[in-house]
Design a protein around this ligand. Structure first.
Ligand SMILES: Nc1ncnc2c1ncn2[C@@H]1O[C@H](COP(=O)(O)OP(=O)(O)OP(=O)(O)O)[C@@H](O)[C@H]1O
Ligand SMILES: [Mg+2]
Length: 226
């Protein structure tokens, strides 16, 4: 098995403040990784650097053997569209579209629209949203928004799924449904990275990394996760 993701010596500074310091690890295809750490420890920043949404101050992100730093913005965008799925901490849904449309529309843009309607309905039903299909984001609760965002990400079957606190705002029953769907995606071949404060969820992952003030402390695995 080859590494789908290699993170090499990532540093991130804002002004002269160091937010991430020397983060390195590799991850194999089809594995799940939980990233834990206190609020402000740099988890979202790391996830967005891995997701090519912001640049590191130094270091490299290698996805499927491609050093992303050497790609043009257009090539990076293509890599994002074809490899990466996101569930953001602040769900970024399109306000003018309904819940159902938010899930299904990106699949058509990504030209993976075949069967998208049926699968979108299945996912939204699994997530307990069958009565909210025609609601717009401003008419949904935080937990509902989060589930819509996850359904949207799962529909595209991303090779790497990046989920930032996906079970926040969910009751225990729904948190389990969402957690199960993340591991189902892993079982279907996606590589899944989950930022979470939920230690039970973290325990279920194949590997765990812990951030403390922007540095990795490694409680139970080596940093070479491949
Ligand atoms: N654009 C920015 N400019 C300056 N500082 C920033 C910026 N974005 C984030 N930070 C700082 O970087 C640090 C890490 O933020 P980050 O959002 O990665 O934390 P986190 O571990 O995800 O926290 P939480 O668990 O609360 O989501 C924080 O101290 C934050 O204030
Ligand atoms: Mg965060």
């Amino acid at each position: 098995m080859s590494a789908i993701l290699a993170v090499h010596h990532i540093h991130k500074n804002y002004d002269d403040e160091s937010i991430l310091t020397n983060i390195s690890f590799t991850l194999e295809t089809g594995r799940s990784l939980a990233i834990t750490g206190q609020s402000g420890s740099g988890k979202t920043t790391l996830l967005s650097i891995i997701g090519l949404l912001q640049q590191a101050t130094s270091g490299q992100i290698v996805i499927a053997g491609q050093n992303t730093g050497s790609l043009s913005p257009k090539q990076q965008a293509r890599l994002r569209a074809t490899y990466l799925g996101f569930v953001f901490q602040r769900s970024r849904l399109i306000n003018s579209l309904t819940a159902y449309e938010n899930v299904v529309v990106p699949a058509y843009f990504a030209r993976t629209g075949k069967n998208a309607d049926k699968r979108a309905l299945e996912l939204l039903t699994d997530f307990g949203l069958e009565h909210r299909l025609n609601h717009r984001p401003q008419e949904l609760s935080l937990g509902q928004l989060r589930r819509v965002a996850l359904a949207r990400a799962l529909l595209l079957n991303p090779k790497i799924l990046l989920a930032d606190e996906p079970t926040n705002d969910l009751d225990p029953t729904l948190a389990k449904v969402v957690t199960d769907s993340l591991f189902q995606a892993r079982d279907n071949g996606s590589t899944v990275i989950i930022v979470t404060h939920d230690l039970e969820l973290a325990e279920r992952a194949d590997a765990r990394l812990h951030l403390q003030q922007g540095r990795l402390t490694v409680p139970d695995v080596t940093t070479d996760l491949a």
